[in-house]
Design a protein around this ligand. Structure first.
Ligand code: UDX
Length: 446
């Protein structure tokens, strides 16, 4: 009998994983405790903007025209426990308010709610990013609560997807990592991933803590790479160098590689910043603060980028933000997503507003989410409309449509042709040719 799968939590990770598992041929049930999300998904609609996800949902959600009917959604833990053999837990693990540590309450709650219904052999698989040691604690919890006893097991299978590429990354992972405590669990996970689509991905088997650590270590490494190039940008600023050229040259070294060397206003989003902080908080709990001390520096360097952008804006406005019109292009934490969690772009827009500037923001997808977080900013419905009468234009999220902007046309609507590129992705010479003053962090003035 083919395995049946449940996916608990339908955020970026869970909704994509559920859809991908159905695409791979499994019968899947997705669970969320928010009824509105379940209703949306049951109509084949995604609760967030994620390219390609709705197409897959529509192909498989039960009851939709021409669908395979392999994918359904529910709010009932009893239902998923009765349905599935493998339960992927994809619940969010945010930063605790006012602290660096991770808030495990949603994840722990989901495990408890599921475990009490597990009355037959089942594999519970943690996918979310958690502090190392959580898996062992949760395995003991399942053993305590599940009526099936030792037949209900826990494994760990971290997910490395990037928002905006969630479907591609889930269907074509660059590696599959599983943390297991028994051969049976390993076999079950091999069966889940023994599909033509996942074929060719390296399959790494580890113990529980190592599997948990792979994810936090990967995120810490990526954050370090970004903060490294941003540190080089700070040096370029004082030495008159060009960080973009520097990154290009560094990236040709195969040992370094070109990816994640884009300098600018730094990293944000629902993962890198909070995972980094949870990682050093956890190291402290384990008595190993010193080992991850450098990550605190990575974090503060990253936050400094936002402050530097605010300062560069002030400088462009001759020292005062008060009453000046600032156009902000981008609110999402990166392109191809409507996610504004810990977004450097929105944070900078907010700081400028709080310091007296009249800020007008345009983002192709994230305006509604941005408005919910920061309702007092003005939101425009195009780049041109945001730029009307602006004394300075800030490019803070590198959506493709901003690279295609016509500098001459935009120049017609602004008060001053002054552009600050926070992502180093616009063509400086093009803007300068159209009489714009182009400035960026870590790049020469002209
Ligand atoms: C990240 C990890 O990449 C992914 O493996 C993990 O599963 C979740 O966290 P994500 O948050 O979707 O994914 O975004 P990512 O593409 O990693 O970008 C994170 C932030 O870093 C963004 O704000 C982005 O703009 C910034 N970034 C990225 C840079 O500033 N420079 C770069 O070179 C790359």
């Amino acid at each position: 009998m083919p395995l049946k799968i449940s996916v608990i939590g339908t955020g970026y990770l869970g909704a994509t994983h559920a859809a991908a598992m159905a695409e791979l041929g499994f019968e899947v049930i997705g669970l969320d405790v928010v009824p509105a999300k379940v209703e949306l998904l049951a109509q084949g609609r995604s609760p967030m903007y994620e390219p390609g996800l709705e197409e897959i949902l529509r192909r498989h959600v039960v009851g939709l025209p021409d669908s395979t009917g392999r994918l359904s959604f529910t709010t009932s833990f009893a239902e998923v426990a009765a349905f599935a053999d493998v339960h992927f837990i994809c619940v969010n693990t945010p930063q605790r308010p006012g602290e660096y540590a991770c808030d495990m309450s949603y994840f722990d709650g989901a495990v408890d709610a599921l475990a009490v219904h597990l009355d037959r052999p089942a594999l519970v698989v943690g996918k979310s990013t958690v502090p190392v040691g959580s898996a062992a604690r949760l395995a003991a919890r399942i053993a305590e609560l599940a009526p099936a006893g030792a037949d209900a097991e826990l494994a760990w299978n971290p997910e490395f997807l990037q928002e905006g590429f969630a479907v591609r990354d889930t269907l074509h992972p660059d590696r599959i990592v599983v943390g297991v405590t028994s051969e049976r669990a390993e076999e079950t996970l091999r069966e889940v991933y023994a599909t033509p689509i996942a074929e060719g991905s390296p399959f790494v088997v580890a113990d529980l803590p190592t599997a948990e650590l792979v994810k936090t270590a990967a995120n810490a490494f990526l954050a370090t790479k970004i903060s490294f190039i941003n540190a080089m940008a700070e040096i370029c600023e004082v030495a008159d160098g060009d960080v973009v050229r520097l990154a290009e040259a560094l990236g040709h070294d195969e040992r370094i590689g070109p990816k994640f060397l884009r300098s600018g206003i730094g990293f944000g989003g629902g993962c890198l910043p909070k995972d980094l902080r949870a990682f050093f908080a956890r190291a402290g709990e384990l008595g190993a603060s010193e080992s991850l001390q450098f990550l605190r520096e990575i974090d503060s360097l990253n936050m400094r980028r936002r402050a530097s952008m605010v300062e560069l804006t002030r400088e462009a406005l001759d020292g005062s933000l008060l009453g000046k019109r600032v156009a902000v292009l981008g609110a999402a934490f990166k392109p191809e997503t409507d996610d504004v969690r810990d977004s450097p772009a929105l944070n900078i827009a907010g700081q400028l507003h709080l310091q007296g500037a009249e800020v007008s923001v345009y983002d192709p997808k994230a305006a509604a989410n941005a408005k919910a977080v920061f309702p007092t900013l003005r939101y425009a419905d195009s780049a041109v409309s945001a730029a009307q009468g602006a004394h300075v234009v800030l490019h803070l999220t590198e959506w493709r449509e901003f690279q295609e902007l016509d500098p001459a046309a935009l120049g017609e609507v602004v008060s001053r042709r002054h552009l600050l590129d926070g992502r180093n992705t616009l063509d400086a010479s093009l803007w300068r040719k159209a009489d714009w003053t182009y400035r960026a962090l870590g790049r020469p003035r002209a």
